[in-house]
Design a protein around this ligand. Structure first.
Ligand SMILES: [Zn+2]
Length: 459
């Protein structure tokens, strides 16, 4: 099957009047339409027309059910006017306890539908609601993991179910009954359930798994070590929240005498298979560890701004070659391009400069100004965060339109008001900095359309 489009993004360059050949779940070839397609192929060609075809966006960190509390935490009570991450968490726990399996699945589905409509093709679902509302396991302890997978697959998204390990309220803290749907009593139980999940999805297309010790707060050292060893044996990704809040760093100091990433490093747990979610509050020592071990850092800028977490130290990470990917996390907003642009915009606001991340781009000549100096494009740096680095975090061969990569791509409407007037030079920056989600016209996962003409094919 061939897809033809007025513009196709390969690397950071546009192929004008391009074509993409897809077989099964993979891209076979990409190039100018006149080189790839001959007249006898006509029945197999889908002409997408006046669009920019780009790799599908990868949402590396999602708690889909949290879509259910959107708009429901944006107030303070007159009795209690201070609000922060920890009071938001109480509201989130309230929602957790109110959702039965069907309500959980429909909240997930709403989040996944919005992801598809805004150009995401893959989600890493950091899944921690395991049990019934009263805290007892379902007949199949992975029931809600399957519900999340089914919700994503009904919409058509590719999903990596990152099954969370959660054991305690925190170091030296008494159990919090509001966490009863997350908790498993011992690490062997967690590992058995993880293995059962892995076996059950083996035959399912577009579904993979990963391990996710929730945080250094929620999981003790022996669990972290057992999970990491098990994950190495199976070669699956491992994701963990770390350094989102100063309170969490303080707890790690109490337990280990070290901040979270130094503690994880001393256990030998950090490598390029690991993704650190947030990485907002990092010490100099932790930045050095990240430089050595090269895990991926997953920033969630729309959530971090909503929760008042703080700013990602983006330039400090990029100076050390640490790849940054992106997630929509709590789903206060779902728009992959907004996540991308915020990493740069947060730098601008803090440093009072423009194009801060451009210095990490490859210099390139400007076609319309052959004698002029080479330029460094900020958009190219942000683009990698939403695509290739997200695929890396989930252990998937995706995020770019190249032979052998996953056939996940999105067609952006060049007639949409937010893109009108863009040319080859300004198109990628227009997409990253200015496009609104209404420009997402068609979305394909494994070559199958999940969004057509701005509407879901599943509904
Ligand atoms: Zn999270």
């Amino acid at each position: 099957m061939f897809y033809r489009a007025d513009f196709i993004l390969q690397g950071h360059d546009w192929i004008e009047d391009g074509a993409l050949e897809v077989q099964d779940d993979q891209i076979l070839q990409v190039g100018p339409a006149e080189d790839l397609i001959d007249p006898s192929d006509a029945p197999d060609v889908t002409d997408l027309g006046h669009v920019a075809l780009v790799p599908g966006q990868v949402n590396a960190h999602s708690h889909a059910f949290q879509r259910a509390i959107r708009g429901r935490t944006e107030y303070v009570s007159i009795d209690r006017q201070a609000d922060d991450f920890w009071s938001w968490r109480e509201a989130m726990y309230e929602a957790v306890l109110s959702l039965d399996a069907d309500a959980f699945e429909s909240a997930c589905r709403r989040a996944f539908e919005e992801m598809a409509l805004t150009g995401y093709t893959t989600v890493g679902e950091f899944h921690y609601v395991h049990h019934r509302p009263d805290g007892t396991p379902y007949d199949d302890p992975n029931e809600l993991a399957y519900r999340a997978i089914d919700a994503a697959r009904d919409v058509g998204l590719r999903i990596s179910l990152l099954r969370v390990a959660y054991n305690r309220a925190g170091y030296d803290k008494s159990p919090n009954p509001r966490q009863r749907r997350f908790i498993e009593s011992d690490v062997d139980t967690y590992l058995q359930r993880f293995d059962a999940l892995t076996r059950s999805i083996e035959e399912r297309r577009f579904v993979s798994v990963g391990m996710a010790p929730h945080s250094i707060r929620a999981v003790p050292q022996e669990w972290l070590e057992a999970i990491s060893a098990h994950g190495h044996g199976q070669d699956v990704p491992m994701h963990i929240h770390a350094c989102e809040q100063p309170g969490e760093v303080a707890e790690s100091m109490d337990e280990y005498g070290k901040p979270p990433l130094e503690a994880l490093e001393s256990m030998g747990l950090l490598d390029d298979r690991v993704t650190i979610i947030h990485g907002t509050h990092l010490s100099e020592g932790e930045l050095g560890i990240l430089a050595d071990r090269q895990p991926t850092i997953c920033a969630c800028p729309t959530t971090e701004r909503n929760l008042g977490d703080g700013f990602l130290p983006a330039t400090e990470l990029m100076d050390r070659g640490v790849p940054i990917c992106l997630g929509s996390d709590s789903h206060a907003n779902i728009d992959p391009f907004e996540e991308m642009r915020l990493v740069e915009y947060h730098e601008r606001l803090q440093k009072r400069r423009r194009n801060v991340l451009a210095s990490y781009a490859e210099p390139r000549a400007v076609a319309t100004d052959p004698g002029g100096s080479d330029r460094l494009s900020t958009a190219e740096v942000c683009w990698e965060m939403g695509t290739r680095h997200g695929a890396r975090a989930l252990g998937l061969p995706g995020g770019e339109l190249l032979p052998g990569r996953l056939a996940d791509f999105t067609a952006l409407d060049l007639d949409h008001i937010s893109l009108r007037g863009a040319d080859a030079e300004s198109l990628l920056p227009s997409i990253v900095f200015s496009m609104t989600p209404g420009a997402v016209r068609d979305v394909f996962v494994g070559g199958e359309a999940i969004v057509r003409d701005g509407g879901l094919t599943s509904s």
